[in-house]
Design a protein around this ligand. Structure first.
Ligand SMILES: O=P(O)(O)OC[C@H]1O[C@H](OP(=O)(O)OP(=O)(O)O)[C@H](O)[C@@H]1O
Ligand SMILES: O=C(O)c1cc(=O)[nH]c(=O)[nH]1
Length: 238
């Protein structure tokens, strides 16, 4: 087992992330029923980002994107002298480990002491009760983190949960944007950005994956698979 000191941790690279995701079956090809009911020829199973290397790389991606957003906001406000509070929120379930790892990456790599929390899918009826865990989000503008966005249903649910808790959404970051139709003809990300009037970002998207798979050098290059993905995109993609 090799040890890479933290100071040498790589910055996020979409190419490396896709390579690791393919090598570890996080990205799989076949026939998958999605939350939206769509039948997809590919699936991103973020539950299999189950090593320290992959979790660290992903968390670095979220953290770098958040730090960039914070720097932009600071530059835009009061000559950059305002101290900005950062509250990040993981969407259950897969967003939960990612928000925790991102809070650590923000601290280690950017010196940002973010507050973090997440939701439970089933409200707890004993002890502290409720469906929110971690930092108090009431009255806060919160960045939401999730693994993947398809039709946007999960994200709309999280937005509702946060609004009911008295929070607002400051922005959204997902690891993978499948670039699919949301409620109408625009993509789920475009709809959320327009409705909430906040930045909505993805670390990688389906076009990155398709260009990776189309690369003649890639061991995963597969014309049949690519054709299936293009066919699916023609049906549901934006
Ligand atoms: O944009 P959408 O069409 O809503 O699809 C994407 C959502 O689907 C999955 O959630 P799911 O509830 O299936 O999984 P999880 O509980 O394992 O996070 C995924 O984690 C996203 O949150
Ligand atoms: O739309 C979904 O349900 C979905 C798509 C995907 O690629 N990965 C996932 O976990 N869920």
């Amino acid at each position: 087992m090799s040890h890479v000191p933290r100071s040498q941790d790589p910055t996020f690279s979409s190419h490396q992330f896709i390579q690791l995701a393919l090598d570890n079956q996080v990205l799989k090809f076949g026939e998958f029923v999605l939350k939206s009911g769509r039948i997809s020829p590919y699936f991103f199973n973020a539950g299999l980002l189950a090593t320290g290397e992959m979790l660290s790389l992903l968390a670095r991606g979220y953290a770098d994107a958040l730090a960039e957003q914070m720097a932009e906001q600071m530059a835009a406000s009061n000559n950059g002298t305002d101290e900005q509070e950062l509250v990040i929120f993981g969407a259950a379930y897969k967003g939960i480990p990612f928000v925790a790892a991102t809070a650590q990456a923000l601290w280690h790599h950017h010196g940002i002491n973010a507050k973090w929390g997440y939701n439970r899918k089933e409200a707890k009826t004993h002890g502290e009760g409720g469906n929110l865990v971690g930092a108090d989000v009431s009255g806060k503008a919160v960045w939401v983190l999730d693994d993947v966005i398809t039709a946007g249903t999960a994200m709309r649910e999280v937005v509702d949960i946060l609004e009911q808790a008295g929070a607002s959404v400051a922005g959204i970051i997902v690891a993978l944007d499948r670039k699919e139709k949301g409620l109408a003809e625009h993509s789920a990300i475009q709809e959320l950005a327009a409705t909430l009037e906040v930045p909505v970002r993805a670390l990688v998207d389906i076009d990155d994956l398709i260009s990776y798979l189309s690369d003649g050098e890639s061991q995963y290059k597969d014309a049949t698979q690519l054709a299936k993905m293009q066919h699916y995109r023609a049906q549901y993609g934006v």
